[in-house]
Design a protein around this ligand. Structure first.
Ligand code: SF4
Length: 730
């Protein structure tokens, strides 16, 4: 049962409960309005510092995703189980289902070792959910095979921050938008993907007409249209752009040598490298005008406060870490960091990708920004958890994990709140993996996702408005999320499912694991939260002072917030000291590498992918709201008019879009945002759509039928943003 929060406090109407929007990393506060245990409306929370009462089209229709009719049609409401492939799943009791899972996991772990199982989580989970699953894998089972769809979203930002600044911590805050003189938006259609942040940029411009906005993006998006300077760079050329801007800053004495000398290391090597990135070379490489490149460098370097904001255009790349590091290099060299209105600001894709990173819910990291390969870090977490050790060998990251499932190295896979059968690259391999797995467990609020088709066990979870815990948004701000309505039917909270399973597995593995008592003694999310807080003691993200009580009384807070602090820290590195061994930030010697798949005579088009304004991820939630289709009613291949005409096509014609990985049939749309030689597909549709133009997507597997599984060697984030394709009339 859910303990419903006290009503009529802190300015709330009697039927309102404070929560957050469950879509993007802006982390807007919402007030959930209920009647008779049902969600009937939402409004933006005027007291929340991320949105001050505003909501975008997605957030303002959240209540429509909780309608009773939808609950019956789309929700997973009861556990389902099948004992053999080919059988239909049947409704089962929780106890029977969890006992079965504990037996299967115990016998597989005994026979094949802890790395024969894997967990694939989601940036949609709350921090407490994430914490318990991470501890289950690393603490109880002894495997680092716990990764998440945040790998597809933010892992290059993580790696870029760690390489340069020493810790995975976005230095700026939303308030810096108000102080910036230059905002440099790269690889982000902020107006669509982070609309409430974009509203704040618009407000800042109204307040300061001198504010300069530079946008670098292969497409002239709605964000780019509003820019003072638009750099239509060719896909994947970001490192060349940033190195070129640094070259110009060096040439025109726009760097801050005193700051470089006092607070950084490694500049000499980078300086030698960027000597080759002349304006002519960079302009040709990026496909932009030399004078625009020079103007961008001058604005960025000469301003008192330059803020960059970036997202998947940098992250979803085989060179994602280098792109992030090259941009941060530029900030460090020009001292555009650690002061109001300045800094490299990665915009988080998912609502709680940050929370997942904080608890270490990735195959390559440990709790509270600790490193797997650091014996001291492992010992600290083992002591906190009361286990002998946590494994040092990295687990499988997202792409590697499904490949290991496909080859039989991982035999049992547990997927929580995400839809890899749509969202992972090279879909045919992912689906092959799910078919070959010995056991697929899917824990989700919805039973309509493509991944559910492969589930041997379906565990029904609670979702937005039904669960409580905490989330962290892009500016390191933690918000307490409360349940507004009771959980439906037999659903359980994600953290509770993990605990119910973990305690059973502990019993089955009693002879192997040497614990006097359970590792999972929690009865409430607050107990989980408190253990997580303790894990951060002395770390860069120390939140030992941030109790549920403070979040209740003082509202959402930024980390760090150590014990005894009066408040969280708005902006990082204002003292010029960085969390590296030397206390200095590190320049990374970044060099430009082309996209993993170059266009050629057989695959002559650059395909890029991205968000549309009113949809979210694979549409399991937004796809249930009719009005969210008014902006784009079906998927399309968007091309430049000249390319459409040259191929003797017209708008609406069906075409085969084919890469080295797969093919898809889509109608053509002409977009004035497109450059010649490039095409774009929105990422949201999988195979479950029927077009008004007489075709359906069945069997197409969506845009990720076309994308490549090649990933960045450091962050292991795949290049979901780009594929080389050919386009032929269907
Ligand atoms: Fe939700 Fe993001 Fe829109 Fe805010 S900007 S309402 S968090 S989707």
């Amino acid at each position: 049962t859910v303990v419903l929060p006290e009503k009529n406090v802190d300015g709330l109407k009697p039927n309102e409960t404070r929560a957050t929007c469950c879509y993007c990393g802006v982390g807007c506060g919402v007030l959930v309005q209920t009647e008779a245990g049902r969600v009937v409306g939402v409004r933006g929370d005027p007291a929340h510092p991320a949105n001050f009462g505003r909501l975008c089209t997605k957030g303002s229709t959240l209540h429509l995703t909780a309608r009773p009719a939808l609950q019956e049609q789309a929700r997973a409401l009861y556990p389902e189980l099948r004992l053999a492939r080919g059988d239909a799943r049947e409704r089962a009791e929780w106890d029977i289902t969890l006992d079965y899972l504990a037996s299967r996991f115990a016998s597989t772990i005994r026979e094949h070792g802890p790395d024969s199982v894997g967990f694939y989580l989601s940036g949609q989970l709350l921090t407490e959910d994430y914490y318990v699953f991470n501890k289950l894998a690393k603490g109880l089972i002894g495997t680092n095979n716990v990764d998440t769809n945040s790998r597809l979203c933010m892992s290059s930002a993580v790696a870029g921050y760690k390489q340069t600044l020493g810790a995975d911590a976005p230095p700026p805050c939303y308030e810096d938008i108000d102080h910036a003189e230059v905002i440099f938006i790269v690889g982000s259609n902020t107006a669509y993907a982070h609309p409430i942040v974009y509203r704040r940029i618009e407000d800042a411009r109204k307040a300061n007409p001198d504010l300069k906005i530079i946008v670098a993006d292969p497409r002239r998006t709605d964000t780019a249209r509003e820019a003072d300077l638009f750099l239509p760079i060719l896909p994947g050329t970001d490192v060349a752009l940033f190195n070129g801007m640094l070259h110009i800053c060096l040439w025109e004495d726009l760097i801050d040598q005193a700051y470089i000398d006092a607070h950084t290391e490694g500049f000499a090597e980078l300086k030698a490298t960027v000597r080759d990135y002349t304006p002519k070379f960079v302009a040709e490489t990026c496909g932009i005008r030399e004078e625009d490149l020079i103007q961008a460098a001058r604005w960025f370097g000469a301003s008192q406060a330059s803020l960059s904001m970036y997202c998947q255009g940098l992250n979803q790349s085989a060179a994602g870490t280098a792109k992030n590091a090259a941009l941060i290099n530029l900030h460090l060299a020009t001292h555009q960091i650690g002061k109001p209105g300045a800094g490299p600001f990665s915009l988080t894709g998912q609502p709680n990708a940050m929370g997942g990173r904080e608890v270490g819910g990735l195959a390559t990291m440990l709790s509270a920004h600790r490193d797997l390969d650091n014996p001291q870090h492992r010992a600290e977490i083992a002591a906190l958890w009361g286990v002998a050790d946590v494994p040092a060998r990295p687990g499988k990251s997202a792409v590697e994990m499904f490949e290991a499932v496909r080859t039989g190295e991982i035999k049992l896979i547990w997927i929580v709140c995400t839809n890899p059968a749509q969202s992972m690259p090279e879909q045919k391999l992912i689906r092959e993996a799910l078919e070959r797995a010995e056991l697929v467990v899917v824990q989700d609020a919805y039973r309509t996702t493509a991944t559910c088709d492969y589930a041997d066990v379906l565990l029904p979870a609670t979702t937005w408005s039904e669960k409580e815990g905490t989330v962290t948004n892009s500016e390191r701000r933690i918000t307490r999320v409360r349940a507004a309505v009771p959980q439906p039917a037999q659903t359980r909270h994600d953290w509770q499912i993990a605990i119910d399973f973990a305690r059973r597995l502990e019993e089955k593995l009693a002879s192997e694991v040497n614990h006097a008592s359970t590792l999972f003694p929690y009865e409430t999310t607050e107990q989980v939260w408190n253990e997580h807080r303790e894990s951060t003691r002395g770390r860069d993200l120390d939140i030992t002072g941030l109790s549920y009580a403070i979040l209740e009384s003082q509202g959402p807070q930024q980390w760090p917030f150590p014990q005894g602090a009066a408040g969280g820290r708005k902006r990082l590195y204002e003292d010029g000291i960085f969390p590296t061994a030397s206390g200095r930030a590190r320049f990374v010697n970044t060099r430009y590498q082309p996209v993993a798949e170059r266009v050629d005579a057989r695959f002559p088009f650059h395909l890029t992918t991205g968000r549309l304004r009113d949809q979210w991820h694979g549409m399991s939630r937004t796809g249930t709201v009719a009005q969210l289709f008014s902006h784009a009613s079906e998927p399309a291949l968007v091309m430049a008019q000249t390319d459409v005409e040259r191929r003797l096509l017209k708008e609406g014609d069906l075409v085969h879009v084919t890469s080295k990985h797969g093919s898809q049939i889509l109608p053509v749309a002409i977009g004035d945002d497109m450059r010649t030689g490039q095409a774009f597909i929105g990422m949201h549709w999988g195979e479950e759509y029927v077009s008004g133009r007489g075709h359906e997507g069945k069997g197409s597997h969506g845009v990720n039928a076309l994308t490549s599984p090649v990933f960045d060697p450091v962050s292991k984030q795949p290049e979901l943003k780009h594929a080389a394709v050919k386009i032929l009339k269907a």
